[in-house]
Structures are given as structure tokens and as C-alpha cells.
Design a protein around this ligand. Structure first.
Ligand SMILES: Cc1cc2nc3c(=O)[nH]c(=O)nc-3n(C[C@H](O)[C@H](O)[C@H](O)COP(=O)(O)OP(=O)(O)OC[C@H]3O[C@@H](n4cnc5c(N)ncnc54)[C@H](O)[C@@H]3O)c2cc1C
Length: 411
């Protein structure tokens, strides 16, 4: 190991995977975590069924496979039943569009392609982009539900350029490995966190827990500092040292989300990965995951419902989901157990405010690359799910790029 040491604030997936990438480069790392455990939003527990408190899987990629292999976690891939993905329009459908809507959408897409108008415009919402390039039906029944499953809200609140950038930019696409689709570990996402923590401690990385340390202190004691918290916490952590960045971050709303995992004894159910509920269908929930079809063999049959309402009582949430479920499955059935996890500030809204911060703000370079706040301090970097990538596999790709940058800049 070299003498230089990088401080990472936060031991969630972002902080731990950046530490992994730096450790592989023989760069010393010390982690400072405000909470009592590693993992941040990720966590699994077993209660007759596996309950994931946030993410239930990562998208397979070469980097994900390398990570899991390094930390000694055997990947489990999604079961064959999960190949079917449903979107609700009167009933669950694989492609809920009429032939006329598909044809008019294809024609409109061709026109946009020929006239070189596919690229999102500045400040354009995903909903407006979908209508400009396709048509309202494709917006409502394909594009909006597909992205609401990942970004936690509907297309009219999302920024087209932020959401579509990873699709348009080749350099942002994850390199494919030997596995496909969603992957996890046998006993759930916590196993990946435990594997990361074990890998790091075995290589001398100290993970300090329950600590309250400031970025200002760390920029004096370490060769580089990385803030690897949620956007909500980053804006506080940076208030003193990087007030402009902190203020820009404050303009970005955080979305509330709750995960409601239901266990059933028998099942009148739809089979597949899950079902998404488009806005015009007026469901309470955004969507549902059929856990037992995605990763079979993890206890009894269970589903996880994702809903934006975090304020209602448990009873009201369960009632709303029972109504949704009856519509979706066509039959009523009471769960034998439930587990509710509310996140008041679950995810950053990938909307116009974040677009402004990441694309237009004069400090945007500083958000992604290292910035030296003043000559006497070490450089400061950011990582997390608000820097243009929200899913775990993309955060991992970003961290590998960031580790290369840190290696160069602190050499
Ligand atoms: C309901 C839901 C479902 C999801 N499903 C998926 C999915 O299936 N697949 C997928 O890829 N992604 C999914 N995601 C997204 C993914 O879970 C998150 O993007 C990811 O877990 C965020 O990790 P993080 O490390 O960036 O942040 P966090 O998990 O928030 O970790 C940040 C850590 O920093 C610590 N911290 C905060 N402030 C400080 C401070 N001042 N000093 C020190 N430490 C601090 C916190 O305690 C925490 O441990 C989902 C998200 C939600 C909400």
C-alpha cells in the first residue's frame, strides 16, 4: 500500500464499492460511516420470506461479476418465470399497445430519426420527449411505466436528458459479462454488503461506524476525500466546505417511497418479474415485484409492492394495495404476513432541478471530477446515485472510473 490514504464518507453500496475499486489499485482507504452498520439503504432479512428493504437485485455486467467474484459471493440469476414483465392496461399485458398506436409511434420515431431529432432537448421532460419522438400512448403505456419502475416517479417529472443519456452515450453503457438480467446473492443483497465489508477489512481498510466527522477535518488528514452519502446527506456534509455545491443540491427534491412485502400461503397470481401500473390506470402503487418468480427458493410466495405514499397508516397502505392487487390478479386474497419499510427521502428526483445541477451549473465539473477546495486541502470527490446513475450496476461502473481518476490525481 502507498502512504496516501483516501477517506470515504458513507458505507453504503457507493462507499463500499469505491473502497473496493481503490483497494484493488493498492490505494489505502479509511471509511467513516455515521450509522451502526454497513449497507445504507441495502439490507435483507428473513421472516418466512426474504425481505429486501430497498434494492432486490443488480443488473448483470462484467464489472458486477468481477466484484462478486472478488468478494466471494456466488451470483444467483433471475428464474425463467421472471422473463415475463407486465404492464397494466385493463389487464396485465406484455405490450399494452394497440397496433395503430405502435404503427403511428414507429412512423413518428422514423421521422425524428431522419431529421436527427431523437436527442433530448435541454429542460425537456421524459413525457414531452416520448410524445415528440413517439406518441401519447407510447408515453403512457411503455416509456413512463418502464422508467417509473427505476426512478420512482412518472415521466412528466423526469428529465429526458438525464434519463436517456446513459442510453445515447456509448461510454456510459455497462460492458456485458457472461450473465444476463437481474442478479443477487443466495441470501439476498445483505450478503453482498457483508462480502464487501469482509473483503475490505481483510485488506486493512478500517470501517469506522457511528462516527460524526466533517469533510473539512478529513480534507486536512487524508490525501483525498469522497462523499459517498445520499444527496440529502451530501448537501449537509458539504455545507461548510463546498457551500455552492451544497446549495445547488438543496434545490433537488427527494422522492418518498415505501416497499410493502406481502407473504401469501396460496396464490391467485400473475407469474413473471412484476407488473407496472401506468398513471392513466390510477393504481395506488407504482408497481409490484413477484419476488418468488424472480429469485425462487427463498421461502414462501411473496410480492413486494412499491408505493409513493409513505404517510398513510399501515392499515390504509395494506387496504390500498389489496384494491390494486384485486384489480391486477382478478381475485382477492389476504396476505398471511406483511413487512413495510418507508423511505421519506428514498431517491433523488431525476428532474429539471438535478439536470440544472449536473448539466448547466458552473460547478458541474466539480461534482463529478475532483476539486481542490483550496491549496492547503486535499481534493474532494462525490459518488452516489444522484450523479447521473441511479442503479447499483451503474454506480459500480462510475466508481471504477472514479477510482482511476483518484489514482491519477493523488499520484
Ligand atoms: C425502494 C427502492 C428499490 C430499489 N431497487 C433497486 C434495484 O432493484 N436495483 C438497483 O440497482 N437499485 C435499486 N435501488 C437504488 C439503490 O438501492 C440505491 O441507489 C443505492 O442503494 C444507494 O446507495 P448509496 O450507497 O449511494 O446510498 P445509501 O445507501 O444511502 O448509503 C449512504 C451511507 O452514508 C451514510 N451517511 C450519511 N451521511 C453521512 C455522514 N455525514 N457521515 C458518514 N456517513 C454518512 C449513511 O448512513 C449510509 O450508510 C432502489 C432504491 C429504492 C429506494
Amino acid at each position: 500500500m502507498t502512504q496516501k490514504k483516501v477517506a470515504i464518507l458513507g458505507a453504503g453500496f457507493s462507499g463500499l464499492t469505491l473502497a473496493w475499486a481503490l483497494t484493488k489499485k493498492n490505494i489505502s482507504v479509511e471509511i467513516f460511516e455515521a450509522g451502526a452498520r454497513e449497507g445504507g439503504m441495502l439490507g435483507s432479512k428473513f421472516d418466512g420470506v426474504l425481505i429486501e428493504q430497498a434494492a432486490n437485485a443488480l443488473l448483470a455486467s462484467e464489472n458486477v461479476e468481477t466484484l462478486l467474484n472478488d468478494i466471494g459471493v456466488k451470483p444467483v440469476t433471475a428464474g425463467f418465470r421472471s422473463k415475463k414483465r407486465w404492464i397494466y392496461r385493463d389487464h396485465p399485458q406484455k405490450l399494452p399497445l394497440r397496433l395503430s398506436e405502435l404503427l403511428s409511434g414507429a412512423l413518428s420515431f422514423l421521422r425524428a430519426k431522419i431529421s436527427n431529432n431523437l436527442q433530448p432537448l435541454p429542460n425537456e421532460t421524459l413525457a414531452a420527449w416520448a410524445v415528440r419522438v413517439f406518441n401519447p400512448a407510447i408515453r403512457d403505456y411503455l416509456i413512463s411505466p418502464a422508467f417509473q419502475g427505476v426512478y420512482g416517479t412518472k415521466a412528466d417529472a423526469l428529465s429526458a436528458s438525464l434519463i436517456l443519456k446513459p442510453l445515447f452515450e456509448k461510454s456510459l453503457r455497462s460492458k456485458k459479462g457472461s450473465l444476463n438480467g437481474s442478479i443477487s446473492a443466495e441470501s439476498g443483497m445483505q450478503e453482498i454488503i457483508d462480502g464487501l465489508a469482509r473483503y475490505l477489512t481483510e485488506r486493512g481498510v478500517i470501517i469506522n461506524k457511528n462516527v460524526g466527522i466533517t469533510v473539512a477535518e478529513l480534507t486536512k488528514s487524508h490525501s483525498a476525500v469522497v462523499v459517498a452519502t445520499s444527496l440529502e446527506n451530501a448537501k449537509y456534509a458539504l455545507k461548510e466546505t463546498a457551500p455552492i455545491v451544497s446549495e445547488q443540491m438543496s434545490s433537488v427534491p427527494m422522492l418518498p417511497l415505501a416497499t410493502v412485502t406481502l407473504k401469501f400461503s396460496s396464490t391467485s397470481r400473475v407469474q413473471g418479474f412484476g407488473c407496472l401500473f401506468p398513471a392513466p390506470e390510477n393504481f395506488h402503487a407504482l408497481g409490484v415485484l413477484f419476488n418468488s418468480d424472480i429469485f425462487p427458493g427463498r421461502g414462501d410466495y411473496s410480492e413486494t409492492w412499491i408505493i409513493s405514499d409513505v404517510k398513510s397508516t399501515d392499515d390504509n397502505l395494506l387496504r390500498a394495495i389489496a384494491i390494486d392487487r384485486k384489480r391486477m390478479a382478478g381475485a382477492e386474497e389476504n396476505p398471511v404476513a406483511h413487512h413495510i419499510r418507508r423511505w421519506e427521502k428514498a431517491l433523488p428526483l431525476y428532474g429539471k432541478e438535478l439536470e440544472k445541477v449536473l448539466v448547466n451549473a458552473p460547478f458541474s465539473q466539480g461534482l463529478i471530477s475532483g476539486v481542490r477546495l483550496d491549496e492547503s486541502r486535499s481534493p474532494l470527490y462525490l459518488t452516489g446515485n444522484y450523479l447521473g446513475v441511479i442503479g447499483l450496476a451503474k454506480i459500480l461502473d462510475y466508481n471504477i472510473r472514479l477510482s482511476q481518476r483518484i489514482e491519477r490525481e493523488i499520484a
